[in-house]
Write a protein that binds this ligand. Structure first.
Ligand SMILES: Cc1cc2nc3c(=O)[nH]c(=O)nc-3n(C[C@H](O)[C@H](O)[C@H](O)COP(=O)(O)OP(=O)(O)OC[C@H]3O[C@@H](n4cnc5c(N)ncnc54)[C@H](O)[C@@H]3O)c2cc1C
Length: 431
């Protein structure tokens, strides 16, 4: 059945996950939609995401998704509540992309091809009637005025400056991470000029720079299950860490990477000085401290004849087992358990359960999977994504002050907020 045209013309800026979703939904709801994208193709971040496999969402419910977004949890509840992970999966199935759940709960296309996800979204919006303009770099967005009752979006296309008039604008131009993808934070200036507050942006889901000679020597080593805790200066008074994540970990030549390190990075970049945050690693979360104390306390008989490194190797790769022995005392690398001084046993336990790892920076926006900070959330209606400051202006996706954990959470937020914006922007007063 053909959708009745609403007569509204909507311009969407940015053809990422949020923008393509918003454009398709708005067009299907009867609006005339023009999507402007500065790149030569749509969905550049989708194509590179998840190691080019695209982790589209996570196997949890809407509540499980919003839990991953810290302060933005309440803001995201209405849009993700209306369009949660099962809806995203159903949408892709309908678009011909079968999905699978991996052990970690991440949802990927069965094909393991991010391009299939991008192509499905791209086709879906073109089929809905969206007019797509590529190589079209938006320069400014001006609100309706007495002389012009419509929104004016000025852009540069192939070196040619022009502008387009419309009834409503949806800004989905993303953050400023991985700027080579086209995400250079352009939208912040337009929205600031329209009265919005931009919460200071900082890299999140970003590898951490730091470590010691011992950790650098472990470069390339992945630990599938560790528990990392971060205490920040504003949070040190309590015994509880500001953030704790249990997941996999990667030692690198510059510091630390992998899901757990990246998940805690956003909290660390929020510190005035990242060096003041205190990061501790529990290398064997499945072994309690009391149990560990008991095992290392068995110094007599056969147990005492085992080498310390050998005991640690039941839980840790040999390189790391040796490094941890040496951290407590270089002599311990060759010692038997019976020879372990009590003081060193305590240090060993400390390093196994609370290894303090220095961090002095991050790899920055160049290697950050998302941008923390952005359009202040109390200035946007969480049900419609309409600006509370400018009627007819809608804002969705990563340009908002939202950033979630690794695992498909960020695409889920982009799809849900994009959909909410597309639906609301295409409504007329008569709807
Ligand atoms: C390496 C990497 C891997 C990732 N993997 C995953 C993953 O597997 N799962 C997950 O959930 N998240 C992942 N993310 C995060 C995810 O890509 C983002 O959260 C998501 O793309 C945000 O969607 P968006 O539509 O808001 O913005 P974007 O996807 O960034 O899209 C914004 C679009 O706006 C365009 N644009 C910007 N300025 C202008 C302008 N002036 N004029 C016209 N167009 C403009 C940009 O070119 C871009 O196409 C990954 C990110 C990176 C960098």
């Amino acid at each position: 059945m053909a959708t009745q045209s609403t007569g509204l013309h909507i311009v969407v800026v940015g053809a990422g996950a949020a923008g393509m979703m918003a454009a398709a939904v708005a067009a299907r709801s009867g609006a005339r939609v023009t999507l402007l994208e500065k790149n030569t193709k749509t969905g550049v971040k989708i194509l590179m995401s998840g190691g080019t496999r695209c982790n589209i969402t996570h196997d949890t419910d809407s509540k499980g998704i919003t839990e991953a977004f810290g302060h933005a949890k309440r803001f995201l509840q209405p849009s993700i509540g209306k369009f949660g992970p099962s809806d995203v999966i159903a949408m892709f199935h309908e678009l011909g992309v079968q999905t699978k759940r991996e052990e970690t709960g991440k949802i990927f296309p069965v094909s393991n091809r991010a391009v299939d996800v991008r192509d499905a979204l791209h086709r879906s919006m073109l089929d809905a009637g969206v007019r797509l303009e590529l190589r079209c770099s938006v320069q400014n967005i001006l609100p309706p005025s007495d002389s012009s009752p419509q929104w004016r979006v000025s852009f540069d296309q192939n070196g040619h400056a022009d502008e387009i008039l419309c009834d409503r604008v949806i800004v989905t131009s993303g953050g400023r991470s991985w700027p080579g993808c086209g995400t250079t934070g352009d939208g912040y200036d337009w929205l600031r000029a329209l009265g919005h507050t931009i919460v200071a942006t900082r890299p999140a889901l970003v590898p951490l720079v730091g470590g010691t000679d011992a950790t650098h020597a472990l470069s390339g080593l992945t630990l599938p299950d560790i528990n990392v805790s971060v205490f920040t200066p504003d949070h040190r008074s309590g015994k509880k860490p500001k953030i704790q994540r249990r997941s996999s970990w990667l030692f690198t030549h510059f510091g630390f990477s992998g899901p757990a390190a990246m998940d805690v990075s956003g909290v660390m970049t929020a510190c005035n000085r990242i060096q003041d945050s205190d990061m501790r690693l529990d290398l064997i979360p499945e072994v309690g401290e009391a149990q560990l104390r008991e095992i290392l306390g068995l110094r007599s008989g056969e147990a005492g004849k085992r080498s310390i490194a050998n005991i640690l190797q039941q839980w840790l790769p040999s390189r790391l087992a040796l490094a941890i022995c040496e951290e407590s005392n270089p002599a311990n690398a060759n010692r038997k358990l019976a020879e372990l001084p009590n003081k060193d046993a305590n240090l060993l336990i400390e390093n196994l359960k609370r290894w303090h790892l220095p961090v002095n920076g991050t790899r920055g926006f160049a290697k950050a999977e998302v941008t923390a900070g952005g359009v202040q959330l109390n200035e946007v209606d969480p049900r419609t994504m309409q600006s509370r400051l400018a009627e007819g202006l809608f804002i969705a996706g990563e340009i908002l002050d939202v950033d979630g954990w690794i695992g498909g959470y960020n695409f889920q937020a982009a799809f849900s907020t994009g959909r909410a914006a597309g639906l609301a922007a295409s409504q007329t007063d008569n709807d």
